[in-house]
Design a protein around this ligand. Sequence first.
Ligand code: NI
Length: 180
Amino acid sequence: MTVRAVLRLGDSRLREMAQPVKDFGTPQLLELCSDLKDTMEALSGAGLAAPQIGVSSRVVIFGGGGPNPRYPDALPVPLTLLINPELKPIGEGRSLGWEGCLSVPGLRGQVERCNRLRYCGWTPEGEWFERSVEGFHARVVQHECDHLDGVLFPDRLHTPQAFGFIPELEQSGMIPMVPS
Ligand code: NI
């Protein structure tokens, strides 16, 4: 069980283009995946990308567990490790949703994302897979894969007014109260 420190907005390592994984099933890659899982779960994150723990590799993890208390209306997303991902939007539909990030603690902002997409990539053992997803699952994948290109959700704010600290946004009725 290794919970790694999560880099925060302003750290230049979050802005790098992460490198593709070339060797699958290696002890190094499996340890990275295990650390990502432990860290995401310890912090109750919806997802986590390798650059957020200071590793410049195209590896993301998301989902798992029950409903996330921060996203009470979302359908459960299966626990997924996704390596060298590629995303393809399906259709033109886009919608606004509130996002947070373990690298931007305490803040939420409204971001427009594709509603539906197809994603593909590799498992840590080197098996290729693909899925078509929508809604919250699609949003999480887009958010996590952005990290691999050095992009964080505040870069994609719908408007600077729809951004702020969670208690203040709750107080002003912009986001629903989250049970703590
Ligand atoms: Ni994030």
